[in-house]
Design a protein around this ligand. Sequence first.
Ligand SMILES: C[S@@+](CC[C@H](N)C(=O)[O-])C[C@H]1O[C@@H](n2cnc3c(N)ncnc32)[C@H](O)[C@@H]1O
Length: 240
Amino acid sequence: MADWDNFSTRFDNIFLADPLYLDILEKIVAELDADDKDILDIGCGTGNLIARILEELPGARVAAVDPSQGMRDICSERFEGSDRVSIAAGHALAIPFPDAAFDDVVTSLALHHVHYDLREDCVREIARVLKPGGRFICADTFCGVPGRKEDTARCRDIIEKVVAKALLSLEHGAYEMMLITLAALVPTVAEDGEYWATVPEWLESLSLAGFQEFKVIDLPPLEIAKIICAAKVQEDLRFP
Ligand SMILES: C[S@@+](CC[C@H](N)C(=O)[O-])C[C@H]1O[C@@H](n2cnc3c(N)ncnc32)[C@H](O)[C@@H]1O
C-alpha cells in the first residue's frame, strides 16, 4: 500500500468500516490531556484522528503533516476555515515545525513506513518538536519477532497476524479492508515500503532519543496493532 495519493479517495470508506481502526482512534484520544493545546499528527491521512481530537479537546489546536498530496488535499478541504487545524507537506523524518512546539505528537498507522535504519532519526525528529515532558502516542502495526527479511520466525509471525486481521475484517463485513490487509502481506514480509519492527525495538530507539515513562496498550482481540506511549524527558533544571 504505497500509492497513498490514489488510495486517498477510497480511504475513509474502507477504514471507517473497520472496528480495529476506530478503536485505535478512540484509544489515542483517551491518552491526551484535556489541557494539551498544541498537538501534531504525523501521517494524518484524511484527518480522522484530527477530527476526534477537535471534538474531545475543545481547547486544542492540531498541526498535521503527510507526504501524500492526495491525503493532504482531502484533509485540507475537510478542515477548511478552521483556525484550529494546519496541514503541511512533510513526513516523519522532516517535520516542518520549530523545536519544542508541541505538547503531544500523535500518529496512527504511519510510522511502519519508516525504514528500520531510519527509526532512530525518526524518533529524534519527534523529540525535537516536542516540549520537554511532552508525550508521543503512536498506534501502529508491530512484528512480534525481531529480524529481517527471509527470517522464518519473523515471516510466520507477520503472516499469522495479517491473516488473523483479514479474517476479523471479513467477520465484521469489512470486505474491502480484508482485501487491502491481505494485499499488504507480501510487501510486509518482503520489506517493500512496510517495515514492521518490534515494540522493544521502538522502545529502545525512543529511550536513546530521550524518552521515558513507556506504556504499551494492547488492542484485543488481535496482536497486530498496539499503541506505544512515551514522554520526552524534562529539561534538567539543575543546568538552566
Ligand atoms: C494507513 S494511513 C493512516 C492515516 C491516518 N493516520 C489515519 O489513521 O487515518 C497511512 C498514512 O501515512 C502516510 N505516510 C506514509 N509514509 C509516511 C512517512 N514516512 N511519514 C509520515 N507519514 C507517512 C501516508 O501518506 C498515509 O496518509
